[in-house]
Design a protein around this ligand. Sequence first.
Ligand code: GMT
Length: 371
Amino acid sequence: MKIGITCYPTYGGSGAVAAELGTQLSRRGHQVHFISYAPPFRLPSFQENLFFHQVGTMSYPLFEHTPYTITLAAKMADVALAEGLDMLHVHYAIPHAVSAFLAREAVEGRLKVLTTLHGTDITLVGTDPSLRSITRLAINMSDQVTAVSSYLEQKTRETFHPDRPIRVIPNFVDSTRFHPGQDEARHRFARPGERILLHLSNFRPVKRVTDVIRILARVRQEIPVKLLMVGDGVERPTAHHLAQELSIEKEVFFLSRQDDIPSLMQVADLFLLPSEQESFGLAALEAMSCGVPVIASRVGGLPEVIEDGVSGILRPVGDVEGMAREALRVLTDESYHRHLAQAARQRVLDHFDAPRIVPQYEALYQELLEQ
Ligand code: GMT
């Protein structure tokens, strides 16, 4: 099949999922064309069957803002005609599904549109009164719609009462890249005997990164421990300031954005994701695939990923004390740590490994073609 994919390319789980999906599809012999303003951050620089088409910016004195939705739609239509695309698979509804709808009109329907909903496109952006009606239109005008968790599917139904069913296809991970590894790089961050906590996100308020710092402060009262903070975003200065205030800044490595996520995950003893909201929690899944136990909030789609007490631990949002207590238990009881790590890896292999999920998208594409 010839598939166009559009996503937010710079950072975030939806872009990571789209890039991984495109990579996997191209390996399985499909021709994949990414259409966006920049190459997705996790896309291999060269791979057979994988192409990138950049959406240019158009400036004109009348335009106070560049009309990206329109230029994207025009590029989608051009690529569809030039490359003979069968369909567009857009990740994150706003504005991608709207652009895809316009592109399909521009090529007079000779193109199918699949929209995958990821999270705040429904729970925050889409519900904003200024965008609500257009989000509903984008969902209804797609030929198929998927959501990354049952939680998000239900939320979409409750919020938008769409005309069409929404299928759940969960996120996935390439377990051959994200696998349990050696601790060779540990010495870069920790002395022998010190444990390593890890957090990875885009440091937006919804991630509650200050909870991560507070958990570190509490755990550090009992055992020697370091924290790796991977990623960047608006809350980074606040987290840094809090670490200084609590006199633990020397125990925290703010590593900013990193390319080699599996290697960093492999040095960690515990992954923390105390988010306010999470429709899925891809970073938690990646940590689990590396055999790293996760402590996360019991919120959104996270309980679909982590079985509390079996393949990870869930606590109420904001329960810093409870999360710190659990962290201490995981970090000091070796057999409990091993048990959680093995169960986490197994859960990924059983339910979220790429070879289990990618064929679900392929089957949906096939259905679209036959529609
Ligand atoms: O919706 C967002 O906030 C952005 C989006 C992203 O691009 O990272 O994150 C969402 O999609 C991810 C991939 O499907 C999920 O793993 C995240 O849980 C989800 N974020 C939220 O729901 C806050």
